[in-house]
Ligand binder design. Structure first.
Ligand code: HEM
Length: 199
Protein backbone atom coordinates (compact mmCIF):
# COMPACT_ATOMS: atom_id res chain seq x y z
CA UNK A 1 0.00 0.00 0.00
CA UNK A 2 1.25 3.48 -0.90
CA UNK A 3 -0.02 6.48 1.04
CA UNK A 4 -0.84 9.56 -1.03
CA UNK A 5 -1.00 13.04 0.53
CA UNK A 6 -3.85 15.17 -0.84
CA UNK A 7 -3.94 18.95 -1.03
CA UNK A 8 -5.92 18.94 2.24
CA UNK A 9 -3.04 17.03 3.92
CA UNK A 10 -5.30 14.00 4.33
CA UNK A 11 -3.58 10.67 3.74
CA UNK A 12 -5.40 8.41 1.29
CA UNK A 13 -4.38 4.80 0.67
CA UNK A 14 -3.63 3.89 -2.96
CA UNK A 15 -2.88 0.50 -4.46
CA UNK A 16 -0.69 -0.77 -7.26
CA UNK A 17 -2.60 -1.08 -10.56
CA UNK A 18 -1.73 -4.81 -10.74
CA UNK A 19 -3.47 -5.46 -7.39
CA UNK A 20 -6.58 -3.60 -8.55
CA UNK A 21 -6.76 -5.51 -11.85
CA UNK A 22 -6.36 -8.78 -9.94
CA UNK A 23 -9.17 -7.87 -7.53
CA UNK A 24 -11.58 -6.89 -10.27
CA UNK A 25 -10.99 -10.03 -12.35
CA UNK A 26 -11.04 -12.17 -9.21
CA UNK A 27 -14.34 -10.83 -7.95
CA UNK A 28 -15.98 -11.21 -11.39
CA UNK A 29 -14.60 -14.70 -12.04
CA UNK A 30 -15.44 -15.92 -8.51
CA UNK A 31 -18.99 -14.60 -8.87
CA UNK A 32 -19.34 -16.53 -12.16
CA UNK A 33 -17.74 -19.68 -10.69
CA UNK A 34 -20.00 -19.58 -7.60
CA UNK A 35 -23.29 -19.00 -9.40
CA UNK A 36 -22.62 -21.43 -12.28
CA UNK A 37 -21.28 -24.02 -9.77
CA UNK A 38 -24.55 -23.77 -7.85
CA UNK A 39 -26.45 -24.32 -11.12
CA UNK A 40 -24.47 -27.54 -11.71
CA UNK A 41 -25.07 -28.53 -8.08
CA UNK A 42 -28.85 -28.13 -8.53
CA UNK A 43 -28.93 -30.86 -11.20
CA UNK A 44 -27.95 -33.40 -8.54
CA UNK A 45 -27.33 -31.83 -5.09
CA UNK A 46 -24.14 -33.01 -3.42
CA UNK A 47 -26.00 -33.78 -0.21
CA UNK A 48 -29.18 -35.85 -0.57
CA UNK A 49 -29.17 -36.23 -4.37
CA UNK A 50 -32.26 -35.16 -6.37
CA UNK A 51 -34.35 -34.78 -3.20
CA UNK A 52 -31.59 -32.72 -1.49
CA UNK A 53 -31.60 -28.98 -0.86
CA UNK A 54 -31.90 -26.95 -4.08
CA UNK A 55 -30.50 -23.43 -4.47
CA UNK A 56 -33.05 -20.76 -5.53
CA UNK A 57 -32.61 -19.78 -9.23
CA UNK A 58 -31.73 -16.17 -8.30
CA UNK A 59 -28.34 -17.42 -7.01
CA UNK A 60 -27.60 -19.60 -10.04
CA UNK A 61 -26.27 -18.91 -13.52
CA UNK A 62 -26.85 -20.79 -16.76
CA UNK A 63 -30.54 -21.76 -16.58
CA UNK A 64 -29.92 -25.53 -16.66
CA UNK A 65 -27.13 -28.07 -16.19
CA UNK A 66 -25.46 -27.61 -19.59
CA UNK A 67 -25.75 -23.81 -19.35
CA UNK A 68 -24.17 -23.85 -15.89
CA UNK A 69 -21.34 -26.07 -17.13
CA UNK A 70 -20.64 -23.75 -20.09
CA UNK A 71 -20.37 -20.76 -17.75
CA UNK A 72 -18.32 -22.70 -15.19
CA UNK A 73 -15.80 -23.94 -17.75
CA UNK A 74 -15.51 -20.56 -19.48
CA UNK A 75 -15.02 -18.68 -16.19
CA UNK A 76 -12.51 -21.31 -15.04
CA UNK A 77 -9.99 -19.90 -17.58
CA UNK A 78 -10.50 -16.37 -16.34
CA UNK A 79 -10.20 -17.52 -12.73
CA UNK A 80 -7.10 -19.71 -13.14
CA UNK A 81 -5.16 -17.47 -15.55
CA UNK A 82 -5.82 -14.51 -13.23
CA UNK A 83 -4.47 -16.49 -10.29
CA UNK A 84 -1.45 -17.55 -12.36
CA UNK A 85 -0.41 -14.08 -13.54
CA UNK A 86 -0.96 -12.64 -10.05
CA UNK A 87 1.30 -15.38 -8.64
CA UNK A 88 4.06 -14.28 -11.06
CA UNK A 89 3.34 -10.62 -10.35
CA UNK A 90 3.67 -10.82 -6.56
CA UNK A 91 6.74 -13.02 -6.97
CA UNK A 92 8.54 -10.68 -9.41
CA UNK A 93 7.59 -7.48 -7.56
CA UNK A 94 8.41 -9.24 -4.25
CA UNK A 95 5.05 -8.19 -2.82
CA UNK A 96 4.62 -11.60 -1.24
CA UNK A 97 7.15 -10.57 1.43
CA UNK A 98 4.81 -7.96 2.98
CA UNK A 99 1.38 -9.31 2.19
CA UNK A 100 1.37 -12.76 3.72
CA UNK A 101 1.43 -13.92 7.33
CA UNK A 102 4.84 -13.97 9.04
CA UNK A 103 6.28 -15.05 12.39
CA UNK A 104 5.80 -11.54 13.81
CA UNK A 105 2.05 -11.68 13.12
CA UNK A 106 1.80 -14.86 15.19
CA UNK A 107 3.89 -13.22 17.92
CA UNK A 108 1.63 -10.16 17.81
CA UNK A 109 -1.44 -12.35 18.29
CA UNK A 110 0.05 -13.75 21.48
CA UNK A 111 1.64 -10.62 22.94
CA UNK A 112 0.41 -7.31 21.61
CA UNK A 113 -2.06 -5.11 23.47
CA UNK A 114 -2.34 -2.83 20.45
CA UNK A 115 -5.76 -3.46 18.82
CA UNK A 116 -4.58 -2.09 15.43
CA UNK A 117 -1.65 -4.49 15.39
CA UNK A 118 -4.03 -7.37 16.14
CA UNK A 119 -6.25 -6.42 13.22
CA UNK A 120 -3.23 -6.28 10.87
CA UNK A 121 -2.16 -9.74 12.07
CA UNK A 122 -5.63 -11.23 11.48
CA UNK A 123 -5.87 -9.43 8.17
CA UNK A 124 -2.69 -11.09 6.92
CA UNK A 125 -3.70 -14.52 8.26
CA UNK A 126 -7.06 -14.35 6.47
CA UNK A 127 -5.43 -12.91 3.33
CA UNK A 128 -2.96 -15.81 3.29
CA UNK A 129 -5.70 -18.42 3.84
CA UNK A 130 -7.38 -17.63 0.52
CA UNK A 131 -4.37 -18.92 -1.46
CA UNK A 132 -4.77 -22.60 -0.35
CA UNK A 133 -8.58 -22.26 -0.63
CA UNK A 134 -8.39 -21.08 -4.25
CA UNK A 135 -5.73 -23.64 -5.12
CA UNK A 136 -7.89 -26.39 -3.60
CA UNK A 137 -10.88 -25.24 -5.69
CA UNK A 138 -8.64 -25.35 -8.77
CA UNK A 139 -7.07 -28.71 -7.93
CA UNK A 140 -10.38 -30.47 -7.14
CA UNK A 141 -11.94 -28.73 -10.17
CA UNK A 142 -9.23 -30.18 -12.44
CA UNK A 143 -9.93 -33.63 -10.92
CA UNK A 144 -13.63 -33.27 -11.81
CA UNK A 145 -12.94 -31.74 -15.23
CA UNK A 146 -10.55 -34.45 -16.43
CA UNK A 147 -11.09 -37.54 -14.26
CA UNK A 148 -9.82 -39.88 -16.99
CA UNK A 149 -6.53 -37.97 -17.27
CA UNK A 150 -6.14 -37.38 -13.50
CA UNK A 151 -7.70 -40.41 -11.75
CA UNK A 152 -5.19 -39.99 -8.91
CA UNK A 153 -6.85 -36.70 -7.94
CA UNK A 154 -10.17 -38.55 -7.51
CA UNK A 155 -8.34 -41.29 -5.53
CA UNK A 156 -6.77 -38.67 -3.23
CA UNK A 157 -10.23 -37.72 -2.00
CA UNK A 158 -11.36 -41.33 -1.51
CA UNK A 159 -14.16 -41.33 -4.10
CA UNK A 160 -16.00 -39.16 -6.62
CA UNK A 161 -18.41 -38.11 -3.86
CA UNK A 162 -15.46 -37.14 -1.59
CA UNK A 163 -14.03 -35.01 -4.41
CA UNK A 164 -17.45 -33.36 -4.99
CA UNK A 165 -17.79 -32.51 -1.28
CA UNK A 166 -14.34 -30.90 -1.09
CA UNK A 167 -14.93 -28.97 -4.33
CA UNK A 168 -18.32 -27.84 -3.05
CA UNK A 169 -16.70 -26.65 0.20
CA UNK A 170 -15.09 -23.86 -1.84
CA UNK A 171 -18.55 -22.20 -2.01
CA UNK A 172 -18.94 -21.40 1.73
CA UNK A 173 -15.17 -20.89 2.13
CA UNK A 174 -15.00 -18.27 -0.63
CA UNK A 175 -18.09 -16.46 0.70
CA UNK A 176 -16.82 -16.44 4.31
CA UNK A 177 -13.36 -15.32 3.15
CA UNK A 178 -14.77 -12.42 1.11
CA UNK A 179 -16.87 -11.16 4.03
CA UNK A 180 -14.12 -11.45 6.67
CA UNK A 181 -11.45 -10.03 4.33
CA UNK A 182 -13.64 -7.02 3.54
CA UNK A 183 -14.60 -6.50 7.21
CA UNK A 184 -10.99 -6.65 8.45
CA UNK A 185 -9.87 -4.33 5.64
CA UNK A 186 -12.55 -1.88 6.74
CA UNK A 187 -11.47 -2.13 10.38
CA UNK A 188 -7.82 -1.61 9.42
CA UNK A 189 -8.26 1.38 7.11
CA UNK A 190 -11.96 2.22 6.78
CA UNK A 191 -13.85 2.21 3.50
CA UNK A 192 -11.06 4.39 2.04
CA UNK A 193 -8.78 1.34 2.20
CA UNK A 194 -11.33 -1.14 0.82
CA UNK A 195 -12.37 1.29 -1.95
CA UNK A 196 -8.72 1.88 -2.87
CA UNK A 197 -8.48 -1.81 -3.85
CA UNK A 198 -10.87 -1.19 -6.75
CA UNK A 199 -10.84 2.47 -7.77
C1 HEM B 1 -13.69 -20.89 -6.15
C2 HEM B 1 -14.06 -21.27 -7.33
C3 HEM B 1 -15.07 -22.38 -7.57
C4 HEM B 1 -16.30 -22.60 -7.01
C5 HEM B 1 -16.95 -21.78 -5.91
C6 HEM B 1 -16.86 -23.78 -7.63
C7 HEM B 1 -18.09 -24.33 -7.34
C8 HEM B 1 -18.60 -25.48 -7.89
C9 HEM B 1 -19.82 -26.14 -7.51
C10 HEM B 1 -20.76 -25.66 -6.40
C11 HEM B 1 -19.99 -27.23 -8.29
C12 HEM B 1 -21.12 -28.24 -8.25
C13 HEM B 1 -20.56 -29.44 -7.46
C14 HEM B 1 -21.41 -30.67 -7.58
O1 HEM B 1 -22.65 -30.56 -7.47
O2 HEM B 1 -20.85 -31.75 -7.77
C15 HEM B 1 -18.87 -27.28 -9.21
C16 HEM B 1 -18.70 -28.26 -10.17
C17 HEM B 1 -17.59 -28.36 -10.98
N1 HEM B 1 -16.52 -27.49 -10.99
FE1 HEM B 1 -16.26 -25.88 -9.79
N2 HEM B 1 -15.98 -24.23 -8.57
C18 HEM B 1 -14.87 -23.42 -8.56
C19 HEM B 1 -13.74 -23.53 -9.33
C20 HEM B 1 -13.55 -24.50 -10.30
C21 HEM B 1 -12.39 -24.60 -11.12
C22 HEM B 1 -11.20 -23.66 -11.06
C23 HEM B 1 -12.58 -25.67 -11.95
C24 HEM B 1 -11.69 -26.24 -13.00
C25 HEM B 1 -10.41 -26.19 -13.00
C26 HEM B 1 -13.86 -26.25 -11.66
C27 HEM B 1 -14.42 -27.34 -12.27
C28 HEM B 1 -15.62 -27.94 -11.95
C29 HEM B 1 -16.15 -29.14 -12.55
C30 HEM B 1 -15.49 -29.96 -13.65
C31 HEM B 1 -17.38 -29.40 -11.96
C32 HEM B 1 -18.33 -30.57 -12.27
C33 HEM B 1 -19.13 -30.28 -13.50
C34 HEM B 1 -20.08 -31.40 -13.80
O3 HEM B 1 -20.19 -32.36 -13.03
O4 HEM B 1 -20.74 -31.30 -14.83
N3 HEM B 1 -14.43 -25.51 -10.64
N4 HEM B 1 -18.04 -26.21 -8.95
Amino acid sequence: MIVEVTSKHKKLPTQARGAKIFHWINIISLFLMLTSGLQIYNANPVFGGRSGLHIPPIFTLGGWLAGGRHWHFAAMWLFSLNLLWYGFYIFITRRWRHRFVGANDIKALQKTQNPKRLIYAWHRIVYTSIIPILLLALFTGIGMYKPAQFPWIVDMFGSWQGLRIVHFASVPLVIIFALVHWWLGKKAGGSQLTDSMFW
